[in-house]
Structures are given as structure tokens and as C-alpha cells.
Design a protein around this ligand. Structure first.
Ligand code: COA
Length: 264
């Protein structure tokens, strides 16, 4: 596993099988430069291989921003070829976050703009401070969202709202993000950390293998045909029926006690 002293632009801390990942460039509102993206890529690759972890929570350092976008200074130097490469790199990393076998919660503590909104959208769940602001301002810079935003946003909020946000570039506040389904919950700013922990605990109290397969069934379903999706769900359901956790969970219910899951 990567150690925190190997990272320049991210901070990590593990607490009770949950890893907190913080994008840590507060003087630039945590903007995603190439270094941040590379560190995210390497870190998530390592996390995916780490059996002892049960969940990831991503947030931004400081009180003001989750991530205020791709680093505009670096965007200025891109040409057609490097622009395509940069977009592909961001897409691949954010896809690897969405593909994580364990739940990833975005704790959105402030501005989530451009690439920051796209990072938030790659998380499985999003919990927002009431101070959070979401937006895709790229068209105002002469660009479009290039880290998956044009694809993920319509899935999360529907095409009508997504097109309004992408074409106007205007930001929305946390309560509007909740209304349109972009975030799961909005909480007081000072409670964000404890509420994110609480949401993660509500997930990790359940059977670990069931959580992994539930994630896979929902997310991989997108890639399969209408019939295959249901077959895939049945395959995963069947696999779980032979796990010790399912035996334990079902027995515990019938014996009126709390289950003790081992992830087996
Ligand atoms: N890329 C690079 N640097 C950024 C950045 C970004 N996306 N967002 C903010 N910063 C930097 C600013 O340049 C400034 O750096 P400086 O102190 O060296 O001048 C610092 O972060 C603080 O930002 P500032 O603009 O002074 O803060 P603010 O409170 O006045 O405004 C925002 C906050 C988020 C409204 C504003 O920073 C902003 O619009 N950022 C760009 C958002 C964006 O377009 N993102 C999409 C990029 S594709």
C-alpha cells in the first residue's frame, strides 16, 4: 500500500478499515494538475488491491473547496493531441474510481467545479456540505467537460438538467444538487466528516461480499444488454448464497441476534 509520505498532492489516513483520501492543494482550491491525477491513479490502483479496506471517502483539503476543477494553468498549454491524451487520462482514472470494488463516498466540502464535479460524479455516493457548489463551467473557458462529465451527469440527473448545467456552465447550490439527485444528502458544513463516516458505516455494517457484488451488479449492469443484466444479477446472487456471510446473515435473523460478518 502507498504510504502518505510518498504523496505530494494527496493526504491519506486509514481509520477502521476506511481510507480517507484528501486532495491537498488548498492554495489552488485543490485543482487537479497532472501530478494529482497521477497520484490518484496510483493510489486507487493500490487501494483496489488492498483486502483490508472496506471503503474510501474522498474530500478536499480546507474549508472552501472539494476540487475547483482541472488546473487551468495546465489546460492552457494543451494542443489537440495532448488535449485528447489528457482527457483520456482523466476519464481512465475516474473510471477506475467508479470501478472500485469497495464503496467510494465523496464528501463534498465546497466548490466541486469542472473536473471536481466529475470526480464527485465518479464516486458511488455523494454527501454534500450545505456550502457545496457544483458546476461544469468548461464551456465558458472554450472547452467541454472531458473527464466523463458529459456522460455521467445525464445518468445522474437526467438529460434535461444535465444539458442546462453543461450548456450554461452555471453552478448550482447544494440544495439544488439534492433536488436533482446529484447528491445523496446535504448536511451542515461542520457535520460533514461525521455524516460521511456515518453513511460509510451504514454500508460497512452489512456483509462485505454482498456490498461488493451489489456495487458490481448496479455498475456493470450499464455495460450489459437488457437480458444479460438480469442474468448477471442472478449469477452474483447465486454466488452469494454459498458464502459464510449469507449463512450467518440469514441465521442471525432467524435466531433474533446481530450477524457477525467475516467477509467469507
Ligand atoms: N485551476 C487552477 N487554479 C485554480 C483553479 C483551477 N481550476 N481554481 C482556483 N484556482 C486558484 C486561483 O487561480 C487562485 O490562485 P492564486 O491565489 O495563485 O491567484 C486560487 O486558486 C484561489 O482562487 P480564487 O479564484 O482567488 O478564489 P475565489 O474564492 O475568488 O473564487 C472560484 C473561487 C472557485 C469561484 C474560482 O477560483 C474559480 O472560478 N475557479 C475556476 C473554476 C473552473 O472554471 N473550473 C473548471 C476548470 S476546467
Amino acid at each position: 500500500m502507498i504510504q502518505s509520505d510518498e504523496l505530494d498532492t494527496l493526504s491519506i489516513e486509514t481509520e477502521d478499515e476506511i481510507i480517507w483520501v484528501e486532495v491537498n492543494r488548498p492554495d489552488k482550491l485543490n485543482a487537479l494538475n497532472d501530478r494529482v491525477l497521477t497520484e490518484l491513479e496510483n493510489l486507487f490502483e493500490a487501494i483496489a488491491k488492498e483486502d483490508s479496506l472496506r471503503g474510501v471517502i474522498i474530500r478536499g483539503t480546507g474549508e472552501k473547496a472539494f476540487v475547483a476543477g482541472a488546473d487551468i494553468k495546465e489546460l492552457k498549454d494543451l494542443n489537440r493531441r495532448t488535449g485528447e491524451d489528457s482527457s483520456r487520462k482523466g476519464q481512465k482514472i475516474f473510471q477506475s474510481i467508479e470501478d472500485m470494488p469497495i464503496p467510494v463516498v465523496g464528501a463534498i466540502n465546497g466548490y466541486a467545479l469542472g473536473g471536481g464535479a466529475e470526480l464527485a460524479m465518479a464516486c458511488h455516493l455523494r454527501i454534500a456540505s450545505e456550502k457545496a457548489v457544483f458546476g461544469l463551467p468548461e464551456v465558458g473557458l472554450g472547452l467541454i467537460p472531458g473527464y466523463g462529465g458529459t456522460q455521467r451527469l445525464p445518468k445522474l440527473v437526467g438529460r434535461t438538467m444535465a444539458l442546462e448545467m453543461i450548456l450554461t456552465g452555471e453552478p448550482i447550490q447544494a440544495d439544488e444538487a439534492l433536488d436533482c439527485g446529484l447528491v445523496n444528502r446535504v448536511v451542515p458544513h461542520s457535520d460533514l466528516e461525521s455524516e460521511a463516516r456515518g453513511l460509510m458505516n451504514a454500508i460497512t455494517n452489512n456483509a462485505p461480499l454482498a456490498i461488493k457484488k451489489a456495487l458490481r451488479s448496479v455498475l456493470k449492469g450499464d455495460e450489459l444488454g437488457p437480458k444479460q443484466r438480469y442474468e448477471h444479477e442472478s449469477d452474483l446472487f447465486g454466488e452469494l448464497c454459498e458464502t459464510k456471510d449469507a449463512t450467518e446473515g440469514l441465521s442471525a435473523f432467524l435466531e433474533k441476534r446481530n450477524p457477525e460478518f467475516k467477509g467469507e
